[in-house]
Design a binder for this molecule. Structure first.
Ligand SMILES: [Zn+2]
Length: 569
């Protein structure tokens, strides 16, 4: 057995030792590489475009260039990758390093110069070959936890330089041990047309998955009877050695009666396609339970390139009285695979029973422009904003706290939206001078009222939205709060930073700007910690003297708070 595994491993290494076209790279960190995330795993509204390398729970590990080349781009964001660096290599690839704590000194000085020049914390800089040429293994930055990162790690990508498509990092020669096969956790079956029944019902069916003699299956005694067009999705994750994190699988295939009916391979995608993940996954299940399940069929308007082209990848049609045997195979990028097998009892299609009066629906075709108007509400949905045809529903519910109009139920949250549609709600009878402060509000997962954006236009509040749900008109007249850490007007001569907590109630922080002694000063914003900070810097302010600080923080509705104070440093 051991010998067989070794042989398979050796074969695998020979196949993959040097990536898809011979490119080889050095590890970006000196510590052993354990991953908390891999390429193509399911994230919110996108596929993960790289690997997340664990950094032993701390920041400050040396990050180095994986190949010779030059720094071609440096991006600083409050969210997203935080501080990141892109290195272009002569082999046609670009490596990307994200959530960095700080750049090495000469790069940091360059970035700061550009931030002062542009008077902006956030910069996106494209550099020529000469500015920072790189040797293979050259130190570039310290690992961190900046931007949208929720714990110290290095986000690392390898992109094709020509089209900036991220590629599967684990298909190159990095030493990352993976002898663990993917594991199936649950399965979901759901009607894809009005005729479909599962165990006599028109509702979705779900079951946990168990493992029996090395094969995954549904628990003993679970029967599935079905007829009609059936969607199937599975919750399956890959795991890597030395980490318990749920990662993504590389390939997923479904066989019906031993015939391949669905297949996808996660090797490469375009950033412009990544939102199609909401078509690829069982979005309804994601909203209902938070579970991340792959559909084993492709929706009509899912344009991802990952599906096998020679297959139709259609949902399963059950129309005969017989057993259908289903086999689903998940494989990771190291070649470990797992199989899920079960059978379902099919029956012939019966004539459709009329749907009970559940209210009015408007039929919407996904590939056409769809408009809807009822009372004070108007919708304009562009063609291909939906992934499949929709029985669109609309309802209004009583006015709730904090809203100026009733909440309007626009389709429902379980229906994904690809392109932004326009929602307009007529302005209620309200003080005209506050038109600029009106916006649309909605609910988040926790049923808290949140901003959905939007502006006043010709008697309506108009917003571009990429999700359905409940919406109403709200008002935001409250400026963000600025709370200093430590005493203002105090002595900071022994401190490294000025720090403030900033918060906004509804529309969200839109702008932050600080001036020290009437000069623009670099204040960095860390949204996940609601932190705004200035690092003292002798290049820009005079040491051992009194300084004047003006700090402006404004929200999306133009409500501004100004903090004006003095301090010693
Ligand atoms: Zn990442």
């Amino acid at each position: 057995m051991r010998r067989a595994i070794t042989l398979i491993l050796v074969q695998f290494l020979m196949l993959h030792a040097s990536g898809q076209d011979g490119a080889t790279f050095e590890p970006p960190v000196k510590i052993p590489m354990y991953l908390s995330g891999n390429f193509g795993e399911i994230r919110s509204d996108h596929f993960h475009s790289g690997i997340d390398i664990k950094t032993q729970g701390t920041t400050g590990h040396h990050v180095s260039s994986v190949e010779e080349g030059y720094v071609s781009r440096i991006k600083v964001q409050a969210n997203g990758y935080g501080k990141s660096i892109y290195i272009s290599h002569p082999n046609g690839y670009t490596s990307v390093y994200g959530h960095l704590d700080r750049y090495r000194d000469d790069i940091a000085a360059y970035v700061k110069r550009m931030q002062y020049k542009q008077q902006s914390h956030m910069v996106d800089l494209y550099l020529s070959k000469e500015t920072f040429p790189m040797e293979k293994g050259e130190f570039i930055a310290f690992s961190g936890n900046t931007g949208g990162s929720s714990g110290p790690h290095l986000h690392f990508e390898i992109r094709s330089s020509a089209n900036q498509h991220p590629t599967n990092v684990l298909s190159y020669n990095f030493e990352i041990k993976d002898l663990v096969a993917p594991r199936f956790h649950s399965i979901f079956l759901y009607p894809m047309d009005n005729n479909c029944k599962i165990n006599g019902k028109t509702e979705r069916f779900s079951s946990k998955i168990v493992r029996d003699k090395g094969i995954y299956t549904i628990p003993y005694g679970t029967t599935i009877e079905a007829s009609g067009i059936l969607g199937i999705s599975v919750e399956v994750f890959d795991y890597l050695d030395g980490a318990s994190n749920r990662c993504g699988v590389h390939t997923l295939e479904m066989f019906v009666d031993n015939k391949l009916s669905y297949s996808h391979v996660m090797d490469e995608f375009a950033f412009s396609e990544t939102r199609y993940i909401n078509a690829h996954i069982d979005y309804e299940e994601r909203i209902k339970s938070g579970k991340k399940a792959h559909r084993l069929h492709r929706l009509p308007n899912d344009r991802l390139r990952i599906y096998k082209r020679s297959l139709e990848n259609k949902p399963l049609l059950v129309d005969e009285s017989r057993n259908y045997s289903i086999r689903i195979v998940a494989t990771d990028v190291a070649g470990n695979s797992s199989t899920l097998e079960f059978s379902l009892r099919g029956s012939e299609l019966t004539s459709p029973t009329p749907v009970a009066g559940k209210g009015d629906f408007t039929s919407m075709k996904y590939d056409q422009i769809n408009s809807f108007k009822e009372g004070p509400v108007q919708l304009e949905i562009p063609a291909n904003a939906l992934y499949q045809d929709l029985d669109f529903s609309f309802q209004s519910s009583p006015q709730a706290d904090g809203s100026l109009t009733p909440f309007y139920q626009i389709a429902n949250r379980e229906v994904p939206v690809h392109k932004a549609y326009t929602l307009s709600i007529k302005k209620p009878d309200y003080d005209r001078s506050l038109n600029r402060k009106l916006l649309l509000i909605s609910y988040n997962d926790k049923r808290e009222v949140v901003s959905a954006g939007g502006t006043y236009q010709d008697g309506y509040i108009v917003a571009k939205l990429r999700n359905f749900g409940e919406f109403a008109v709200g008002l935001d007249t409250i400026a963000p709060r600025i709370m200093p850490h430590g005493s203002t007007g105090g002595d900071f001569s022994a401190k490294k930073e000025l720090r403030f907590t900033i918060e906004d109630e509804l529309s969200g922080i839109a702008k932050y700007e600080g001036y020290i002694d009437n000069q623009w000063a670099l204040f960095e914003y860390d949204p996940k910690n609601k932190l705004l900070y200035y690092s003292f810097d002798e290049q820009h302010i005079l040491k051992d003297s009194e300084h004047e600080l003006e700090l402006y923080v404004s929200d999306e509705k133009g409500n501004v708070n100004l903090l004006h104070t003095t301090f010693n440093w």
